[in-house]
Design a protein around this ligand. Structure first.
Ligand code: ZN
Length: 88
């Protein structure tokens, strides 16, 4: 898959569709490839295996989530960890 420095995996689109749309596509792509925190065992090993189907690589639990990220509301685990937003 072609990648570029500027727009990463959205480089597959070449010069097509315009910068804004390619940037949006990249944001979705990144969310797809993210590893999320497992609601069952807590490991950051949840991977998307199909549209809105997510599976944990550690305990193997399979569950439904949002189509392009684990939850439409919660940010990815890594983002949460670096963002400094603490849950009480
Ligand atoms: Zn798990």
């Amino acid at each position: 898959m072609p990648r570029t420095k500027k727009i990463g995996s959205a480089g597959k689109f070449g010069p097509r569709y315009g910068t804004k749309i390619r940037k949006l596509a990249l944001a979705v792509d990144k969310k797809l490839q993210q590893r999320y925190k497992c609601p069952s065992c807590g490991a950051v090993k949840v991977k998307r295996i199909g549209t809105s189907i997510w599976q944990c690589g550690r305990c193997g639990v399979k569950f439904a989530g949002a189509a392009y990220s684990l939850s439409a509301l919660a940010p990815p685990a890594e983002m949460k960890a670096s963002g400094g937003v603490e849950e009480s």
